[in-house]
Design a protein around this ligand. Structure first.
Ligand code: F6P
Length: 549
C-alpha cells in the first residue's frame, strides 16, 4: 500500500470533527470516570515508560489517529527506510542511521552494496584510536599524553556529541571534552585559552567539510597548534570526521586519523556514526557500543511492534494531534535531569530541521501545519523561569517530561526524590488546574475576609486541562540514552509521514548561507551595500560608522 491522499484527507477531517465534539474536554473528569486511564494510555518497552494519559484523548481519538497513520502509510514508509530505499527524495538518498547501530543483521543494501561491514570497520578503527588516546599510547607531538579533546563542528556535527557527552558524564573517564561550534571567535578563543596545545587533540567534524564555521574554526585551531609546536606537530594533534574524504585530505589530516561516514546519514542523525568519536573517547568504546545497542533496541521495537503498541508511533500520533488538530504551535521538552540540559537543543535540530517544511513530498504546498517549535530547559530550573506561562498563559503548550527512576548519586537520594516529586507535581498541576471555587475556598481557609478573597482568587485560578506526557526510564545510562534519542528520531519520522513531508532534507538553511557569503565583503567594507534593501543598507552603514567610533 502507499499513502492515499483521499483517505488522509478524510482521516484528518474526522479528527478535526472529533476535536470539536467527541474528544475529552475535562481531564479531571476523564480520570475520575475511568480508573484505567493510565494503563489505557501508556506503553512500556522494558523499563522505558511512555504515559500520555494526561492528554485530551480517548479511545476514539486513538482510533482516528491510527486510521490516519494507516492512510498515510506510516508502515510502508517505515519498511522503505529500513530497507535502504531512497526515501529522501529531494536528495535521492537512503536514510539509514538505523544501520549504524545494527550489529546483528547480515546485510542492509544501498544501491546493491551491503553497508554493514563498512560501518563495523569504521567503528573498530574509532575504537582503536579512542583507546589509544585514552590509555596514552597515542601521544601529542612532544610525547605528552592527550588530556583534552576539542571537537570543532556545528549542527549535527556538534549537538549530538555535546548533548550525549554531558548526559553520560558519570561514564566519562577519558580526556576532558570541549566543543566549539560558533563562528563567533569568542567560542574558540575562550575554549583554547585554557588548553595546552601539546596535550590537546582537535577533531574536525563536518559531514560536508565545507561548512564555513567549522572550516574557519579548524584553521584557527591549526594556527594555534602550529604557532606553539611548529608546523610538523600539526598532524599529531588533528583528526577528522567526514563523508568528504578528498576534502579532508586537502586539509592535510593523515588518512589513519580520518573517520568516514556516508551520505545516507543525515547530519542531525549522525551521532551514531564517526561523529560520535568525541563521545567514544570520553566514555570509552564499550559504553559507546551500549549507546548504539540502546538505539538498536528502539529500532527493532519501532520496526516490529504494531502501530498501537509502538512507543514511537504513539509519541508521533500525540505530537500530530497536538500540532495539527489541536493547533498548539510549540511543545516544551523538560527533562527532569540536569545532565539532559542539552537535549532540548538537540531535539530542536532533530525536529525543526526535519519537519519545518511547507511543501509535501511531491513539492506541493502542504494543506495544514507541519512541525511545531520545540524548546525546553531542565526541570526544576524551568519551573522558576517560564512555567508561569505554561500554567496560566493564554497559549496552551504541551509539555514532555523526561525523568529517571534513579539518579547516579547514591548519597543524594533525597534530592532525586524531590526531583521526582516536582516532575509529577507539574504534570498533575497542568492537568488538574485550580478552579475559582477552589481558589476562594483556599483563601477563605486562611482566614481572609470575603472582599479580599474575591479580589485575589482570580489570580490564583489555573485552567488545567493542559496536556503533558511523561517518559520514565530507570537510569540515564548509555543504553537508555541511545534508546531515548532513537525514540525521538522515530517520532519525528512518524510525524513527517502524517504531515506528508520529507524529514530528511534541509533546503531552508541554504538562503541564509548564500547571503552571508555575499555580505562578508560588505560588512568588512570592501564592497558597497548598494542594491540591497534599506534595512540591510542602514545596518551596514551603522556597523561601519560605529567601528570607527
Ligand atoms: O546548516 C545546516 C547543516 O547542514 C545541518 O544539517 C548540519 O548538521 C550542519 O549544517 C553541519 O553540517 P556539516 O556536518 O556538513 O558541517
Amino acid at each position: 500500500m502507499s499513502r492515499n491522499e483521499q483517505q488522509v484527507d478524510e482521516a484528518v477531517a474526522a479528527l478535526k470533527d472529533h476535536w470539536q465534539s467527541g474528544a475529552p474536554k475535562d481531564m479531571r473528569a476523564a480520570f475520575t470516570s475511568d480508573p484505567k486511564r493510565f494503563s489505557r494510555y501508556s506503553l512500556n518497552l522494558d523499563d522505558l515508560l511512555l504515559d500520555w494519559s494526561k492528554c485530551l484523548v480517548n479511545d476514539e481519538t486513538m482510533r482516528l489517529l491510527r486510521d490516519l497513520a494507516v492512510a498515510a502509510d506510516v508502515e510502508g514508509r517505515r519498511a522503505a527506510m529500513f530497507a535502504g530505499e531512497p526515501i529522501n527524495n529531494s536528495e535521492g538518498r537512503a536514510v539509514l542511521h538505523v544501520a549504524l547501530r545494527d550489529s546483528t543483521s547480515e546485510k542492509i543494501l544501498v544501491d546493491g552494496e551491503n553497508v554493514l561491514p563498512g560501518i563495523q570497520e569504521v567503528l573498530n578503527r574509532m575504537a582503536v584510536f579512542a583507546d589509544g588516546i585514552r590509555d596514552g599510547s597515542i601521544k601529542g607531538a612532544t610525547g605528552k599524553p592527550i588530556t583534552d579533546i576539542v571537537n570543532i563542528g556545528i549542527g549535527g556535527s556538534d549537538l549530538g556529541p555535546v548533548m550525549a557527552t554531558l548526559a553520560l558524564s558519570p561514564y566519562h573517564d577519558g580526556p576532558r571534552a570541549h566543543f566549539v561550534s560558533n563562528i563567533d571567535g569568542a567560542h574558540i578563543a575562550d575554549t583554547l585559552q585554557a588548553l595546552d596545545p601539546a596535550t590537546t587533540l582537535i577533531i574536525v567534524a563536518s559531514k560536508t567539510f565545507t561548512t564555513i564555521e567549522t572550516m574557519t574554526n579548524a584553521q584557527t585551531a591549526r594556527k594555534w597548534v602550529a604557532e606553539a609546536l611548529g608546523e610538523t606537530a600539526v598532524g599529531a594533534h588533528f583528526a577528522a570526521v567526514s563523508t568528504a574524504l578528498d576534502k579532508v585530505a586537502a586539509f592535510g589530516i593523515a588518512p589513519d586519523r580520518v573517520f568516514g561516514f556516508w551520505d545516507w546519514v543525515g547530519g542531525r542523525y549522525s551521532i551514531w556514526s564517526a561523529i560520535g568519536l568525541p563521545l567514544m573517547i570520553a566514555i570509552g568504546p564499550e559504553n559507546f557500543r551500549r549507546f548504539l545497542e540502546g538505539a538498536h533496541a528502539m529500532d527493532v521495537h519501532f520496526r516490529d511492534a504494531p502501530l498501537d503498541k509502538n512507543l514511537a508511533v504513539m509519541l508521533g500520533l500525540i505530537g500530530y494531534w497536538h500540532r495539527a488538530i489541536s493547533g498548539y504551535g510549540s511543545r516544551a521538552v523538560i527533562p527532569y535531569d540536569q545532565r539532559l540540559a542539552r537535549l532540548p537543543a538537540y531535539l530542536q535540530q532533530l525536529d525543526m530541521e526535519s519537519n519545518g517544511k511547507s511543501v509535501t513530498l511531491g513539492g506541493r504546498p502542504v494543506s495544514g501545519p507541519t512541525g511545531p517549535v520545540v524548546w525546553g530547559e531542565p526541570g526544576t530550573n524551568g519551573q522558576h523561569a517560564f512555567f508561569q506561562l505554561l500554567h496560566q498563559g493564554t497559549d496552551v503548550i504541551p509539555v514532555e517530561f523526561i525523568v529517571a527512576v534513579k539518579g547516579h548519586e547514591p548519597h543524594l537520594v533525597h534530592q532525586h526524590q524531590m526531583l521526582l516529586a516536582n516532575c509529577l507535581a507539574q504534570s498533575e498541576a497542568l492537568m488538574k488546574g485550580r478552579s475559582l471555587a477552589e481558589a476562594k475556598a483556599q483563601l477563605a481557609a486562611k482566614g481572609m475576609d470575603e472582599a479580599e478573597v474575591d479580589r485575589l482568587a482570580p489570580h490564583r485560578v489555573f485552567s488545567g486541562n493542559r496536556p503533558s506526557l511523561t517518559i520514565v526510564h530507570d537510569l540515564l545510562d548509555p543504553y537508555a540514552l541511545g534508546r531515548l534519542v532513537a525514540l525521538y528520531e522515530h517520532r519525528v519520522f512518524v510525524e513527517a509521514q502524517l504531515f506528508g513531508i520529507n524529514a530528511f532534507d534541509q533546503w531552508g538553511v541554504e538562503l541564509g548561507k548564500e547571503l552571508a557569503t555575499e555580505l562578508l565583503p560588505v560588512v568588512s567594507g570592501e564592497k558597497s551595500a548598494e542594491g540591497r534593501d534599506a534595512s540591510t543598507q542602514g545596518l551596514v552603514a551603522h556597523l561601519l560608522e560605529r567601528r570607527e567610533a
